[in-house]
Design a protein around this ligand. Structure first.
Ligand code: PLP
Length: 912
């Protein structure tokens, strides 16, 4: 898989700081990145606790049982571990240290030795009066990379120590499958089995840390070229007499752990130790919710896809760094940089590792993994290696490119960088305080060429939704069952859902946060007041009225503003908008520029109104017979095409002359504002917020479906300047929708909307959003795929007539193409052509519209660049075998809105 086995469900916004700001922050933190506050870090390269959760984990957070004794959550965790690893009766602990504390205090007698492969000392062994001997293979110190299993135990040395110390002299052998001290290098199954055999022969227990067991299983499987991941994990586990696990690694939880001993007496002893140090044996220092989150994480890691994807991402990052010549080793949990090779000019007392960490932070907000004792990082081999761990599922490929660019640019400037002097005597690294050897420690580092053009998401992934990755036979069956109609597919059978951008956005943590503390009264309510004030401030309209969706606002506006028989000129139509205008007795007339109807014409302002057409309508019926101009932003049916500010001003002047109101469909107003910034040099330096405010100032009111630009799953707005009109709007609102305050929206959605509006106006966000769609379009065009040009803001439309020229329009080429795309890729798109348009009631013939399109609509903040590339590659593959796709014929055809429910079959069997 070269794209994520999940989609984004919730994002955590990150703050963009400038290098000089980070310089000041780091200076205040004593040039020690540990002490920089998280808000000031762009990329926290610490796998522990920084990974994204699945939405099932988030849900588990809400159902935790916080009982002191016998909590259901304990049994759900115990059950998950039993299911995945086949062990019963785990002993819970608050994290890895908690688990290890139980082991150390139960199993070490003073004077005994622990033989281990951890690359660093554990304070817990010393605290028990124990000794420790590191028996890792010496090659571990050279960080050879995961494929050579650098953390393997030196078997000869182990055997020697076991002999030397004797059975009573050794408390246990402790093997970490992926030890921090060795930059997370893995252990091989073969080595662990031999260690287990030796330990057994000498009658010494083997303790295995399985926090990264699936990651390590992945490397073992890769080395052995096969084997089911769970099976490899169970083989690793079978070696252990005692296992311990930290919840924050493969199980992607924030906190938690457990320990378990094969021998029931030892397990009982550990369980009795829990009450001394951790809590009761059914919670062990974890909240009920933490146990439930952990339980879900354990089950999810067993699927293997997430471990696999983590490794794919680390591999991509390593490739990018190596391409720049950066001295980096690929690790199992991230990348290990060779600080000594970066700065050969710096002596040990100038702390090259900490200098590198400081440079990465100043240059790009990267915080590497440095924690634990000072000695572990100031003496070889730890002083040489700097670990950039990659949190699981949290970053996209664009983020990886940014990280690679930052590292690459520091590498390019390495010879100009000077050292740090230690200003105190720390025992642990978090205590270290440095000062620069020279006042101007860091030169201004020029950014690598790539990053000047590369955009990355101004957020990390907080919550993701796992996706089902299906194979072709599965999809052939699914589309058959759906009658070759993508509307009838079950969403769980869809890998990437490009059906619509309506209500499908990923919300931010900031939005979710607001939703947890609301007053839900439908009467006077400060959250609603906040919404009204924020929208008034942003759009500039006096009266702001919430509705549950866009079409509710359209209904009210149409009923209040249209007299039967009046004309409603507009820049193309939208289905629900036109329907409500007609229900009010209005007559829609299309006054959009001609270019909008030509898919091959790349005119940049295809959303413009043709003022000559509008003037002709005014002359024909008289201004008094025109209800208002229905002026849509980034016209959906034209392919997400914007209007220009110049055109809007011209329309506004014309309407002012005749006293005709302009009412916007502002559903995609932020996208239109960004397109103006992008395409009109006069607006290049203006913020999207200013441009939007100016746009709205040329109109008299608007309807909005907030489910698009404003990053919510539900909501609408009706707005105007006229108090009299607002009074009539509100009167209808009470009758048709809900309270006058909320228009039928629940307060949680109101808060999400206020915050979503503000999120949507951030230049970094909207730039990225539109660039994603544009890049999608550019890649298809580069591959010769016929699409509507220029690429729009929210969707790419494929021209099915040119894609399948051998299919007659009455055999529904766009419908066939949408079904074929699903079979080839698992991607769901939507037909917008002959099926959608329907039949002429007078003749009974299909309308055969000029535009026969497949719409690929990109939801906001949900998919990544890797997903987009996956879609492009699939469509290109299909293009190469397009001759094998035949048209479709109806098996079932409803009378109205037939595109939703109709069913088809191929006119000839598909052979692609
Ligand atoms: C341009 C436009 N206007 C109005 C609507 C209708 O809004 P809603 O779906 O919120 O009722 C949509 C929905 O797709 C739309 O794209």
């Amino acid at each position: 898989m070269r794209s994520e086995p999940y989609k984004i469900k919730e994002v955590k916004k990150s703050r963009a700081l400038k290098p000089y700001e980070r310089w000041n922050i780091l200076k205040a933190a004593g040039f020690n990145t540990f002490n920089v506050l998280s808000d000031h870090v762009a990329f926290d390269m610490v796998a522990r606790g920084m990974s994204a959760w699945s939405h099932f984990q988030k849900a588990a957070l809400m159902v935790g049982d916080e009982a002191y004794a016998g909590a259901r959550s304990y049994y759900s965790l115990e059950g998950a571990v039993r299911e995945v690893f086949g062990v019963t009766g785990i002993v819970p602990a608050h994290n890895r240290i908690g688990a290890e504390k139980l082991v150390a205090t139960t199993m070490i007698a003073a004077g005994q030795t622990v033989l281990h492969n951890r690359g660093q000392a554990s304070g817990l062994v010393a605290a028990q009066g124990g000794e420790e001997v590191d028996v890792t293979n010496p090659q571990a110190a050279t960080m050879p990379g995961p494929a050579s299993f650098g953390a393997d135990v030196d078997l000869k040395r182990l055997e020697g120590e076991l002999h030397r110390l004797g059975r009573r002299g050794v408390a246990y052998v402790h093997v970490d499958l992926c030890p921090d001290g060795w930059g997370g290098q893995p252990v091989s199954v073969d080595n662990l089995e031999r260690v287990a055999a030796l330990a057994r022969t000498h009658g010494v227990p083997l303790v295995v840390d399985i926090s990264d067991v699936f990651t390590v299983a992945w490397w073992n499987r890769a080395a052995a070229e096969g084997g089911e991941l769970g099976e490899v994990a169970r083989r690793l586990l079978a070696c252990a007499d005692v296992v311990l696990m930290d919840a924050s690694h493969d199980a992607r939880s924030d906190v938690g752990g457990f320990v378990w001993a094969r021998d029931p007496d030892t397990n009982d002893a550990l369980r009795n130790q829990v009450v001394v140090f951790e809590g009761l044996h059914t919670y062990g220092g974890m909240t009920g919710r933490a146990m439930d989150v952990f339980a879900v994480g354990v089950r999810e890691m067993a699927g293997g896809e997430l471990a696999q994807w983590h490794q794919t991402q680390i591999g991509e990052l390593a490739d990018m760094l190596w391409a720049d010549g950066v001295p980096a080793v690929r690790g199992t949990r991230g990348i290990v940089l060779d600080a000594a090779a970066f700065f050969p000019q710096l002596g040990a007392d100038e702390h090259p590792k900490f200098v590198l960490a400081a440079c990465l932070y100043i240059q790009g907000g990267i915080r590497p993994r440095i924690d634990g004792t000072w000695r572990a990082h100031s003496e070889p081999p730890g002083s040489r290696w700097l670990h950039l761990e990659l949190p699981r599922c949290a970053y996209t490929r664009n983020h990886l490119r940014e990280i690679a660019d930052v590292v690459g640019s520091v590498w390019a400037a390495r010879s100009e960088i000077t050292g740090l002097r230690l200003a105190n005597q720390p025992e642990f690294v978090d205590e270290a305080v440095f000062e620069p050897v020279h006042e101007r420690l860091f030169v201004t580092i020029p950014r690598a060429e790539r990053s000047a053009r590369r955009l990355f998401e101004p957020y990390k992934i907080a919550i993701f939704e796992p996706l089902k990755v299906t194979d072709r036979p599965y999809r052939v069956q699914a589309i058959r069952e759906a009658g070759y109609n993508t509307f009838l597919l079950r969403s769980e059978d869809v890998y990437i859902d490009f059906l619509t951008d309506s209500g499908t956005s990923a919300m931010s943590c900031h939005q979710w946060e607001g939703m947890t503390d609301t007053s839900d009264t439908p009467y006077g309510n400060r959250h609603i007041q906040e919404l009204v004030e924020t929208f008034r401030e942003v759009l500039g309209f006096e009266h702001i009225i919430p509705t549950h969706q866009g079409r509710a606002a359209e209904h009210i506006m149409s009923q209040c503003m249209i007299r039967p028989g009046q004309l409603v000129p507009g820049n193309m139509y939208f289905t629900t908008t036109k329907l409500h205008q007609e229900m009010a007795g209005g007559v829609f007339v299309d006054v959009i520029v001609d270019e909008a109807h030509d898919p091959g014409n790349d005119f940049p302002w295809k959303g413009n109104i043709d003022c000559a057409k509008l003037q002709a309508e005014i002359d024909r019926v008289g201004a008094e017979n025109i209800a208002y101009i229905s002026h849509e932003c980034c016209v959906n049916m034209a392919g997400g095409q914007p209007f220009s500010m110049d055109n809007l001003k011209e329309v506004s002047r014309l309407c002012q002359r005749y006293g005709i109101p302009i009412m916007f469909d502002a559903t995609r107003c932020v996208e239109n504002a960004w397109m103006i910034k992008m395409k009109d040099p006069a607006y290049a330096d203006r913020s999207v917020r200013e441009i939007l405010r100016e746009m709205m100032s040329y109109g008299d009111g608007c309807t909005i479906s907030c489910k698009k630009d404003f990053l919510v799953n539900m909501g609408g707005i009706l707005a105007c300047n006229s108090s009299e009109l607002a009074r009539r709007f509100r009167r209808m609102l009470r009758v048709w929708e809900g309270e006058v305050t909320n228009g039928g929206l629940d307060t949680k959605d109101i808060v999400a909307l206020t915050r979503g509006l503000l999120d949507s106006l951030e230049d970094d966000y909207i730039r990225m959003r539109i660039e994603q769609t544009q890049e999608f379009g550019r890649k298809l065009l580069a591959a010769g795929i016929p699409i509507v040009v220029p690429p729009g803001s929210h969707a790419i439309f494929i021209d099915a007539r040119r894609f399948l020229p051998h299919v007659d329009q009455d055999e529904f080429p766009a419908q066939a193409l949408a079904a074929a795309i699903y079979i080839e890729t698992g991607v769901r798109t939507m037909e917008r052509g002959n099926v959608s348009k329907g039949r002429n009631p007078a003749t009974g013939e299909n309308y055969r519209p000029k535009l026969e399109l497949v719409r690929c609509t990109v939801p906001r903040r949900v998919y990544t660049a890797s997903h987009i590339d996956y879609v492009v590659e699939g469509i290109v593959r299909l293009w190469e075998k397009r001759d094998a796709i035949s048209g479709l014929r109806f098996v079932y055809e409803p009378k109205v809105l037939r595109f939703f429910q109709s069913r088809f079959e191929p006119v000839r069997p598909w052979t692609f």
